[in-house]
Design a binder for this molecule. Structure first.
Ligand code: CA
Ligand code: CA
Ligand code: CA
Ligand code: CA
Length: 198
């Protein structure tokens, strides 16, 4: 994807280039969660997004789409759905794809982690927001090795449950250490008892 400098309130061009296409026909739908999109060559408005204006043909496995986008202050996600079709009038052999592109306008961008279980630590997925202003459900800290369990995150308690609760890559590490302590203590007591016997 190529894009003009992103400036709040100023219309710029966004060029989306799709490669490795196998079909002979291309369908697409583009929308943005904020700002204004305007159709370029070969596209038209459809609801809150843009779609192809007639079935566009292309060659060499590459298709280029140019649209115009007027950003608003803050973070925007541009979503692009495409259908790589072989044009036989049936859906078999057609390939659908979906991709997103994130931008910020009028601020410094920073990647924040998606935090599905809301334990304050994000998983693998990130999204670009303005520095200091992450969207709902996004946090600055990553490292959550299970983003569907709120009691599993870096720094969490590590009970002996055959699970890596504190996300340090070791299962039950702390629990194992704690389990080992009474053993050492009882051996010391045993030695002391033997010493008394003598
Ligand atoms: Ca989390
Ligand atoms: Ca978690
Ligand atoms: Ca652990
Ligand atoms: Ca554990």
């Amino acid at each position: 994807m190529a894009i003009d400098p992103v400036m709040v309130g100023v219309a710029g061009r966004v060029r989306i280039r799709m490669t490795d296409l196998n079909g002979s026909r291309m369908g697409f739908f583009v929308n943005a969660d904020r700002g204004t999109l305007a159709p370029g060559t070969g596209s038209k408005r459809n609801g809150d997004g843009l779609t192809h204006d007639g079935p566009p043909s292309f060659g060499g496995g590459v298709f280029e789409l140019e649209i115009r986008w007027t950003p608003q202050q803050g973070a925007t996600r541009l979503s692009v759905s495409t259908l790589d079709a072989n044009g036989d009038g049936r859906s078999s052999g057609d390939l659908g794809r979906f991709d997103t592109f994130d931008f910020v306008a009028g601020c410094e961008g920073r990647a924040y982690y998606e935090d599905l279980d809301r334990d304050g630590f994000g998983g693998e997925r990130t999204r670009l927001f303005c520095e200091g202003d992450p969207g709902e459900g996004y946090v600055a800290e990553g490292g959550d090795c299970n983003d569907l369990a709120a009691d599993v995150h870096p720094g969490a308690d590590e009970p002996c449950n055959q699970r890596d609760d504190d996300c340090n890559g070791v299962v039950d590490d702390d629990a194992r250490r704690r389990a080992a302590l009474p053993g050492r203590r009882s051996r010391r007591l045993l030695l002391a008892a033997r010493a008394r016997e003598r």
